[in-house]
Structures are given as C-alpha cells and as structure tokens.
Design a protein around this ligand. Structure first.
Ligand code: PHE
Ligand code: ZN
Length: 866
C-alpha cells in the first residue's frame, strides 16, 4: 500500500524555506462527499483545478495512508496507467489549463490513532487537518497557499450521528432510507485545506447569539456531550467577550452567520481554528467550580479567544508556507495575551506570560532544538509548533507594538489586514505593513525572525560624582545555536528607569534601543548614584545581567512602580541567594525574608500580584541559571529557603490563610486573587516547621468548594510524607475517577510532586488501570508533568529517563506527534554532569534504533543527540 512505501523511504527529506515555489496547480473549488461511519468512511472529492503559470508539470495531489479507489478527470474514469503514486501522492498528467478531478477513497476513523485526519473520539467523528492532516482524508495539494471554496455533503446514520457540522453555513439537510440522514454546508470564504473541518455525533448545544458592530446577528453554538452542557457557560462568555474585543481593539468583525465550537476528549493540541467550526480539546472548553481551577478557567478564556482571533490572524490572512507559522501563531498569541490582560490584571498576566516564556522557550532557545521564529528547514512540520514560534513570536509582535505605540501599531495592523485579506502571506509581509503603516524602519529588527537564541544583555551602571552623571553601559551577546555560529547584533528595546534611592522616585521611563554590540547612555543631573530598573515590563525577551546589589534588588522589590520589574527584582533577589547557597556560599537569607514580609504586609497590593511576587523561582528555572544543573542541590537549597521563609513568617501565613477563606465561590478578580494568595500561604505553612501544616492542608482540601483550593492543597500534601497525603489522594481518586479531565489532575499532581519517590510512583502510575497512551491529555498529565519535574525526572539512577523513553517508544507507534513532544527534556543532557548526560544520551540512542520510528520522533531525537 502507499502508506508502506512512504514510511520506508530511506533518509527523511528536509524541507527548506528557500526552496519555496508557487504551486503548479490551483484549486479554486472543492466538493466533498462523506459517507460517514466509524469503521469505514467513504470520501468522494471533486476538485476544480487550474494550471498556475506556463508549465507542463503534472498535477500532484498529496496523500498519506490512502489509496484511490477511482480517479476521474472531467467525468471520465482513468485507466490504471493514467495515474501513479509517488511517496503517497497521486500524480496525474493533465492536458489543458483547467480540469475537474474526482477521487474516491476509504478510511477507517476508528483505526486512526494519530488523531490527524478523520478520527473517532468517544463516539464522535471529527477532523484535525493542521498542518498536514487533510492528505489523510483525501488527495489534495496539501499546502497553505492553495485557497479553495468548499462545499461539503455528509451522510451518516441518524441515530448515532444526529448532528452533522462542517465549515461555513448550513445549506440543506434531509432524511434518507434505513435511518440515515444528510447535510450540506458551504463555506463562502476561500481557505487552505488545513482549516477544513467536520464533526458528526450525538452532541448537545449551548446556543447563544452575538450582534456584530455592523448589526449582523451571529448564531453561536458550543457543542458537547449532553452531560457536559452545564460546564460550557464560561467558554460561551469568553467567546462573546472575544468577539467584542476584536471589534474594539482591532476593528475586526466576524464574517459568517454561524460560529460553532466542538469539544472532543482526544486531541493532540489545545484547539484548532477551523473556519467557523473550531474544534477544541475539551479541557479548554469545560469548566465548573467543582472540577476546574482558576488557571483552568483562564485557560478556557485564553484559548477560546486565541482560536476566535485566528479568524482574522490566520484564516482571512493565512500563511504562505509553514515556515511562516509564527505569522499567525505569534500574532494570535500576542492578541490573546492582551485580551486576557484586559479581562483581568495586566500586571499579573504579564508576569504569568514571562514565566511561561522562561519555562518553555528559553530552554528551547539554549538547547539542541533551537530554531529561529521563522525556521529555515524542517523534517516534520508538527515538530515546529513550539514555544519559539508561539511565545517568542508573540514577544516579537509585542516589541514592534511597543516601538510603534498603540496608534501606529493599529495603523500597521489595519494595513496588514486590508492589504492581505484573502491571501497567504509571509512574516515579511507583516513587517512591511508595520513599517509602512506605522512609519518605522525595521531593517535590523528583522534579525529577530532570523537568528535563534536568547540575547544576553549585560547592563552596568556607573556614577560620577564630579559631573553628577550616570553612565549605563549595555553589552549584548548571542550564544551560538545549531547551524548559526556567527550572530549579528539585535535591535533590543529596553524600557529603563533610574530610581533615586532617597526619594524612591524616578524621572520617567525611557525606551533605550540597544542596537550595537556595546553602547553607552549617559544621564545628567544625578548627585547620588541611582538604582537601575531595566527591561521593565519585560520589554524584550532577553536575559539581563546587572551589577545591582542585593540591597538594590530589595529596594526595587519594595518600590519599583513597574509591576513586572518589581516581581523581577524579587525573583533575582531569591535567585541570587539560592544560587549562592547551591555553590556553598554564605548567603543573606534574611534579606529575602524581609522582602517577602514587606510584600505580604502591604495592604495596597493586589493579592494576585502578591502571590506572584513571593513565589520562589522553580527548580527548573534555577537549573537554567547554572551551567551544570545539580538537581539534588537545587532541590535542597530551594526547599530550605522555603522552610525558612515559612517558619520566619509563620504567623503572617496563618493570618493570610485564615483571612482569605471565602464563604461562597465567585470568579471575581478579588475572589480569584484571594484563592491564589491563600494557596501561596498554604505552601509556605506546609513547608514551615509548624507541626500542623498537613492538617491545615487537609482541612483546606476537605472544606474547599472549588478545585483551585482543593488541588493546591492536594499538591502541598503530595510534596510531603504525611498520613494526610495518601488519604487525600484516595479521596480525590474516588471522587473523580469517572471524570477524565479531573482524573488527569490526580496523575499530574503526583507526577509534579517534589517527593523523593516520585520516579517510582510515576512508574507505578504508568501501569495504573486508568492510564492510557490513547489519550494525549492523560499522557501529558503523567509524562509531560513528570518530565517538567526536574528533581524527580533527573533522578541520578536514570530511571526517569528510561521511563520517559519507554513511553515515547510505545506512544510513537500510536501517535508520533504527541510522542515527539516528549523528547526535548532528554535533549538537555549537555547541561548535566557526565553520569546523567550519558544516561540521557543512551535513551535517545535507544529511541533512535527502534524499527519503524516516525519522522516526528526521528527528527527530535536525532537533533537532540547532536
Ligand atoms: N493552530 C492551532 C492553534 O494554535 C494549533 C494546532 C496545531 C492544533 C496543529 C492542532 C494541530 O490555535
Ligand atoms: Zn494558534
């Protein structure tokens, strides 16, 4: 079969950005006819194709795992020798400039464990086509610069699949003999095939409406299993808020008469922006106080917004090729981040987003899988849905928005949307629109798209008493990354302020542009040496090193009026103490305790912000600060500091914990902030020398009327060895065993636990009757969480590495995309001492020697060994 031929191809091909060529054939119109069934689905596709340019190359239609049962051109069945297959693709020589090409294929949705193409999930049939899944449904030129108008007819058993949804607008439907029925949907907007979607199944609908700014009424539907209907209101509210926000902030209106969202339990990513029919991982739709934490609620809001915003940044203007992926993803993440900030707290949202960037993107940028925001090559595009494309990509847009200011940025995005509406565009098109619409020269800034790696900025401040001036010297360096050894200086926007240590004031925030390797800025009128606040608001995604003392940092943690800089000063204060302690130096821990006391006793601060500021840097973040990571020393140092802060401020933690106890659940910012601070206080209490820590945690666990407090208490208990630990885990399991999304939390909490036996526990959990490789959420909740638990995963026995590699090998046979996403933690071996490094490399090698290994895992494991 075609499938066998393609998977046995010798060396996997490398696709390069410079090789882009416009398509040979265009497909203005597509008609699809689905005869749907879980075991065997028939797909008849009729493509109108037109020759693009003057050439005599044949039509090439991509295919994967499918064979044509019939091929017709202009209504005439082709003989066997009039077409052939080449690496899965269907090749047909065509005489004229325009033809109609029809193919028939058969698929087995229930046999599709990759969750790409048409697959079955909990009795539903649904599709996932981005990036290259459409070729698993029908033969088609599967590339994003082919834009087609789709007309889709679906036919299925009415009892099992009463609801039939596709992109665009419903046109007609009807009943057929033998309990079957059909429906036709048309999407008037030309779209790339990665945005195609259909869903069939027994679904209930949360229906609502939205009136757009020009007065059009849009029917909104969130489709879930009947039992989940009560958990969809938050998603619906988020959708309506997103629609209004995009009109207000970007002037972008929704363009169809219906907008549907479907939640499915088995999904490789978070969600998918298919035109008019978003398909979601159910964890980003379903939320109620009993089962969802505040973080889950925010996740639902953010992802609903993200997918909705793609309607303009992704669908109306799409990507020319997959190297331009950040064009839609970076921009859309930037949009959803700002939306969420507007719905809640700007300060807290920025801190959270930077924490995510540092936890996910910085390690990627400093490791073997580092790649530019606009990559130059790939083997498997699924491997490039990365923190660099998404989160660093968003930071690039943020820097441009900062340099332009709100009004000129909006002029730039208006120009971008107007100029490229209905087109497949490039990152360069976006930058050009910013330059022309916003009136700025971004020549040097373009290097952010080209050069991988996180810039390091050294900022040294020196004061001259005679001239009463301050000189700030900035120096940038970029470490080499795979394939890029010689880096050019970047254009780095750094928001900066100089604080008078006596008055606690500064004279205004300045945007300094660092464009050279080394640059000095002099400021007059400083009789005394000021304190430097730099990269305020995290204005650039860089690592800043300064010569600021612990006293300076303590000052900023108490006085900086930029909330991010204030958080950052506290983090740096803590990092310095912890790194010093790990290196065996005497450290001034009292400075940290005092700074934390200052923050938690300030009555004017937002509790959610307080909870962020007093949070200890994670073990993984501490590891990132060290050339060689010593997981045991990091754990011991952090644990000891936590205990110290807990013990020294115990009465304050008790007071906060008691004071923040709510009477009834609410999702107001005040109530969310109180829960966040309460949980932070609980963690310090449990870490302190107080004997009743576990009892307090257990009481919170038992009494909570919401998952935010319940899961935090469970997490606090899971770190320790109390009797309450086992009791709480049992209660949690028994209460939620039937609810997959909540049971994921039970797995995840144990995999995250800072407990000496975590590695053994994860091994046992991987054999648990509720563990399955078939569901990506379950895999991520156990193995994804475990691989992010530095102390547990890097157990010096190497057991953690073996467990993860076993999982990758087994999962690769079912779902290569999700398997490949588990590889990167093993690729960090250069940062560990030789014992661990050798064990990690051995597992990568073992993975690579598996027969029939996917392209996905081959690329990730191969690069990780280099
Ligand atoms: N385009 C999706 C998003 O970010 C992500 C995705 C990629 C989903 C590939 C599924 C498959 O919104
Ligand atoms: Zn996206």
């Amino acid at each position: 079969m075609a499938d066998m031929i393609s998977t046995h191809a010798a060396a996997p091909t490398i696709i390069r950005r410079v090789d882009y060529r416009p398509p040979d054939w265009l497909v203005p119109d597509v008609t699809l006819d689905f005869d749907l069934d879980s075991a065997l689905t028939r797909v008849r596709a009729t493509l109108s194709v037109t020759r693009n340019g003057d050439h005599d190359r044949p039509l090439r239609l991509d295919g994967e795992g499918i064979v044509p049962l019939a091929v017709c051109v202009d209504g005439r069945p082709l003989a066997q020798d009039e077409w052939h297959l080449e690496a899965g693709a269907l090749i047909i020589a065509l005489p004229d400039g325009a033809h109609s090409v029809e193919t028939l294929v058969e698929l087995s949705p229930e046999g599709n464990s990759k969750l790409m193409g048409l697959y079955a999930s909990g009795g539903l049939l649904c599709t996932q086509c981005e990036a290259e899944g459409f070729r698993r449904i029908t033969f088609f030129p599967d590339r994003p610069d082919i834009l087609s108008r789709y007309s889709v007819r679906m036919e299925a058993d009415k009892a099992r699949f009463p609801i039939l949804l596709a992109n665009g607008d419903p046109i007609e439907q009807g009943d057929l003999a033998e309990g079957r029925h059909w429906a036709r949907w048309n999407d008037p907007f030309p779209k790339p095939c990665y945005l195609f979607a259909l869903v069939a199944g027994d679904l209930a609908c949360n229906a609502d409406r939205f009136v757009t700014m020009s007065g059009r009424e849009v029917q909104l539907g969130i489709w879930v299993r009947e039992a989940d209907l009560a958990r969809t209101d938050h998603a619906m509210q988020a959708l309506k808020n997103s629609m209004a926000w995009d009109e207000r902030v970007y002037g972008r209106e929704y363009d169809l008469d219906v907008f549907n969202i479907v939640a499915v339990a088995d999904f490789n990513f978070g969600a998918m922006e298919n035109k008019g029919l978003n398909i979601f991982n159910s964890r980003y739709i379903l939320a109620d106080p009993e089962t969802a934490t505040d973080i889950d609620y925010d996740g639902v809001e953010g992802v609903v917004a993200h997918e909705y915003f793609h309607n303009w940044s992704g669908n109306r203007v799409t990507c020319r090729d997959w190297f331009q992926l950040s064009l839609k993803e970076g921009f859309t993440v930037f949009r959803d981040q700002n939306f969420s900030a507007d719905m809640g707290s700007h300060a807290v949202k920025r801190i959270e987003d930077v924490r995510i960037l540092r936890a996910g993107q910085f390690p990627e940028d400093s490791g073997p899988l580092a790649h530019p925001v606009r990559p130059e090559s790939y083997m498997e595009i699924s491997n490039f849905y990365t923190a660099t494309i998404y989160n660093k990509g968003a930071e690039l847009i943020r820097m441009m928005a900062l340099m332009l200011g709100a009004e000129r940025f909006r002029a730039g995005t208006d120009l971008y949307f107007d100029r490229h509406d209905g087109q497949a565009a490039t990152c360069e098109d976006f930058v050009l629109a910013m330059e022309e619409g916003g009136g700025i020269d971004l020549t040097q800034f373009r290097r952010w798209y080209e050069q991988a790696g996180t810039p390091h900025v050294r900022a040294l401040i020196s004061h001259d008493t005679v001239s009463q001036s301050v000189t700030l010297t900035l120096e940038q360096t970029m470490p080499p990354t795979p394939g890029q050894t010689d880096k050019q200086p970047m254009a780095i926007p750094l928001r900066t302020a100089l604080f008078d240590p006596i008055t606690g004031q500064h004279r205004g925030d300045e945007l300094l542009m660092l464009t050279e390797d080394k640059q000095s800025f002099t400021f007059a009128g400083f009789p005394a040496a000021p304190i430097l606040s730099i990269n305020r608001g995290f204005s650039a995604p860089v690592i800043v090193e300064t010569n600021r003392s612990q006293d300076d940092l303590a000052f900023l943690s108490a006085h900086d009026d930029d909330p991010f800089a204030r958080y950052e000063a506290m983090q740096q204060l803590m990092v310095n103490v912890l790194v010093g302690r790990i290196a065996g130096h005497a450290t001034d821990d009292a400075a940290v305790v005092d700074a934390v006391r200052n923050i938690i006793t300030d009555p004017l601060l937002d509790p959610a912000f307080v909870a962020e500021v007093i949070r200890l840097p994670s073990e993984a973040y501490l590891g990132d600060q060290m050339r060689l990571v010593d997981p045991d020393a990091i754990h011991a140092a952090r644990d000891a500091l936590q205990q110290q802060i807990g013990t020294a401020l115990e009465p304050l933690w008790r007071d906060i914990h008691a004071r923040t106890k709510a009477n009834a659940f609410s999702l107001s910012p005040a109530a969310k902030g109180a829960r966040k601070l309460r949980n932070a206080a609980l963690h310090y209490l449990v870490a302190s020398d107080a004997q009743d820590g576990p009892a307090i945690a257990f009481a919170q666990f038992s009494e909570a009327d919401n998952m935010t407090e319940r899961q935090a208490a469970l997490g606090a208990l899971a770190n320790g060895a109390s009797a309450e630990r086992e009791a709480a885990l049992d209660i949690f399991y028994n209460r939620y065993a039937a609810d997959a999304l909540t049971l994921d939390k039970w797995f995840q909490t144990q995999a995250f636990a800072l407990h000496p036996d975590t590695v053994e526990l994860v091994a046992r959990l991987s054999q648990h009757k509720d563990f399955t490789l078939a569901n990506p959420n379950r895999v991520r909740s156990l193995f994804g969480a475990f691989a992010g638990n530095q102390w547990g995963f890097h157990h010096k026995s190497g057991k953690g590495y073996r467990l993860l590699a076993d999982c990758i090998i087994a999962l690769d046979r079912l779902n290569p995309q999700t398997a490949a996403k588990l590889v990167p933690p093993l690729g960090r071996w250069k940062r560990f001492e030789e014992g661990r490094a050798a064990l990690m490399r051995a597992e990568l090698q073992r993975i690579l020697t598996q027969p029939g290994l996917s392209k996905d895992v081959t690329e990730q494991a191969g690069k990780s060994l280099e």
